[in-house]
Design a protein around this ligand. Sequence first.
Ligand code: NAD
Length: 281
Amino acid sequence: MSAIMIDGKRVAAETRARAAEEAAQLIRRGVTPHLAVVLAGDNPASQTYVRNKERACHEAGFRSTILRLPADCTQAELEEAVLRLNADASVHGILVQLPLPAGLDAARVLALIDPDKDVDGFHAVNAGRLATGQPGFVPCTPLGVIALLDAYQIPIAGSRAVVIGRSNIVGKPMARLLLARDATVTMCHSGTRDLASVTREADILIAAVGRPGFVTPEMVKPGAAVIDVGISRTESGLAGDVAPQVAQVAGYLTPVPGGVGPMTVAMLLHNTLQAARRLAL
Ligand code: NAD
């Protein structure tokens, strides 16, 4: 048996096309969805990510602003930039590109973003809303994973779901989203004993660890949907957390690249539209 490969590029393109249609409707009502990105320093990967976000915004008809600060900017200058964007009624979504240059406190800056403009969903208020089942912004990557499962009609309710990784950006919100959809969820992490015995129970297995080839075929239940969030740069290019041989056991598998990755920017557009609707209508 060979797994069905989940085509994240296709699902992301469809999501972005839908976002463009919804943006056009908002624009007809006098509201142009507007994402502002704060980019401090000159980290090459961050520059690329921000360029991709800007391009996605323009393709969907959104307005995009990039606030660039030098690598040696002060914490006060960075915080001032966020406060200015909070106060700007034309801005619906704000994100601060991470990682920040050394010496800057990311947690303090993220806490200053207006939770109703926090389209990355990293603010503690939005984490709390997700944990308590209230509407709010959900981090884009786990939201994209749910969109992929739905696009392939992989049943979530009643399934056994296992999430490997407990970060605030991926693992924890991923587990909460699956729980909200009535999966029976287990979270695994660096302290989990006998990981394979847990992961073999999973109908849906999400890997968000950041170690190439970490998930091997023996860890996977035959026919399971395996979602590979990991992205690591290796000598032979980008690699996910899931070993290629897992395709012989799994029922569904996301490739790296071309699986979860493209969904993250698509869901950022989705979140920015949600912000624009809430703030401007
Ligand atoms: P992180 O480093 O914050 O978290 C990694 C998690 O893996 C930790 O919670 C840790 O407990 C767990 N872990 C480490 N060793 C383990 C072990 N031996 N057994 C079980 N669990 C173990 O990373 P993150 O920010 O959550 O990102 C995870 C991966 O996802 C990275 O490769 C990152 O690049 C990728 N990522 C991809 C996207 C995307 O758009 N596709 C977005 C965000 C992150």
